[in-house]
Each structure stands twice: as C-alpha cells, then as structure tokens.
Design a protein around this ligand. Structure first.
Ligand SMILES: CC(C)(COP(=O)(O)OP(=O)(O)OC[C@H]1O[C@@H](n2cnc3c(N)ncnc32)[C@H](O)[C@@H]1OP(=O)(O)O)[C@@H](O)C(=O)NCCC(=O)NCCS
Length: 204
C-alpha cells in the first residue's frame, strides 16, 4: 500500500467544528486566540505501558495512522510491535499510542498517534510527558522525534513541549516512502525535521 492511497482512505484528524474525521490531505489549520483553543469536551484516561494482550490494539492504531507497523526514522527502521509502547486508555479503550526505542543513546519517539475522537484533549501531551519520564528513569539525556516537513500540527505540538530543531534530513522522508506522497493538507512529504529536547527541562 502506498502512503498516497493511505492518506485518502484513513481518517487521521477530526474537525473541531463539525466533528468530521478527516484524511490527512483534507485537514486544514485554523489560527485562534489562546482563549478559543480549548475544547469543551473532556476525557478521563490513564497512561500505562503496553502488555502482550494490547498487541492487536497497537496494530490497529498503527494501521489507522500509517497503514503498517514499520516506521523509518533517523535512518533506522523500527517495528512498533517490538518497541516499548505507552498507551493512553479510557476504561480499556485505546485513545493513543506512544512508541519508544533507544537510538543513538537517546530515547526516540518512533510514533505518536492519538485517535481523531480523542485529539485536542491533552492525550498527546500526557503521552509525551510520560515518555520524558521514561527517559529520565533510564538516565537517557535526550528525547527526540521526527516530524515530516508537511506536518505543521505535530511541529507546533512538539515545539510547545520544549523540543527544538536539531537537524533536517533533506529528502529522507521521501526516500523512506519510496517517492513523493501527499501529507498534511496535501503538502508533499519530503524531509525529516529532527527535534530534540533534554529529558529534563526547567519549567517545561
Ligand atoms: C499531534 C497529536 C499527537 C497531538 O495529540 P493531541 O492529543 O491531539 O494533542 P493535545 O490535546 O495534547 O494538545 C497539545 C497541543 O497540541 C495542539 N494540537 C493538537 N492537535 C492539533 C491540531 N490538529 N492542530 C494544531 N494544534 C494541535 C493543541 O492545541 C495543544 O496546544 P496548546 O498547548 O497550544 O493548546 C495528534 O493530533 C495526532 O495523533 N496527530 C497525528 C495524526 C494521526 O496520527 N492520526 C491517526 C490517529 S489513528
């Protein structure tokens, strides 16, 4: 399956105005004042490490986000079914996944994905904060992640959480995907923007 086919078939975001689930290429950005960003919905959830019995749910969210469980980032290939996974769950239902692996002496977020219905409610932020705690517990100095050049929502999300741009691998994402694919809002996917932050950031 090509990424181009995938981004038409799978809802990856939701519209906060009408609730419609959106394929990546159909999503658009809206700028608001800080008072109008909050979502009136709320969700109760817990964050916990994945167990063997969660493998099928992990596979499902990877399928929805990517169409596969293999993720190529930082010049390496990771299978999310074999990484350390943190789950956000609500009464047994999976809301979001954060896949982690040690790479180059740092903790890499291999994949972060929150189901459209549960986005904008703090689940992604809670998963990243839990990942930072994992890095601290393992005495890993940095936590790092890749966003592709089209993925402005994720870039904003990580910059707000204290990540900074560490490197840009020009063309690396297109190489991994085997050619040009359309990403967020139809923007061609081309580069890996590599972000990093210390596991412990004062005030973050
Ligand atoms: C990026 C992502 C991980 C964020 O997770 P989330 O739970 O929605 O994020 P949070 O509710 O914790 O929000 C944290 C910040 O990100 C911002 N944010 C979240 N979603 C956003 C969006 N779609 N556009 C712009 N900003 C967004 C929030 O406004 C918030 O910023 P603030 O602190 O300035 O208010 C999530 O949107 C995602 O999974 N995106 C990828 C799409 C995907 O994989 N979909 C498949 C799911 S099956």
């Amino acid at each position: 399956m090509t990424h181009g086919e995938l981004d038409i078939a799978y809802p990856q975001y939701h519209c906060p105005l009408c609730g419609e689930e959106l394929p990546l290429v159909d999503a658009r950005l809206t700028i608001t004042c800080s008072e109008h960003v909050s979502d009136e919905r709320s969700v109760a959830y817990g964050i916990r490490p994945a167990k063997d019995s969660d493998l099928s749910a992990v596979e499902d969210i990877c399928d929805r986000a990517l169409g596969e469980t293999d993720v190529d980032v930082f010049g390496a290939s990771f299978d999310v079914l074999s990484t350390d996974n943190l789950l956000a769950t609500d009464d047994g239902d999976l809301l979001g996944l954060c896949s982690l692996a040690v790479h180059g002496g740092d903790l890499a977020i291999v994949l972060l994905s929150v189901y459209p219905d549960s986005q904008g409610l703090g689940v992604g932020r809670a998963l990243v904060e839990a990942a930072v705690s994992v890095a601290e517990q393992r005495s890993l100095p940095f936590i790092k992640v890749v966003v592709t050049n089209d993925d402005i929502p994720s870039l904003y999300f990580y910059l707000r959480l204290g990540f900074v741009v560490d490197d840009i691998a020009i063309g690396a994402a297109a190489d991994s995907l085997g050619g040009a694919s359309r990403g967020f809002s139809g923007i061609p996917i081309r580069d890996e923007i590599r972000l990093k932050r210390p596991a412990c950031v004062a005030g973050a």
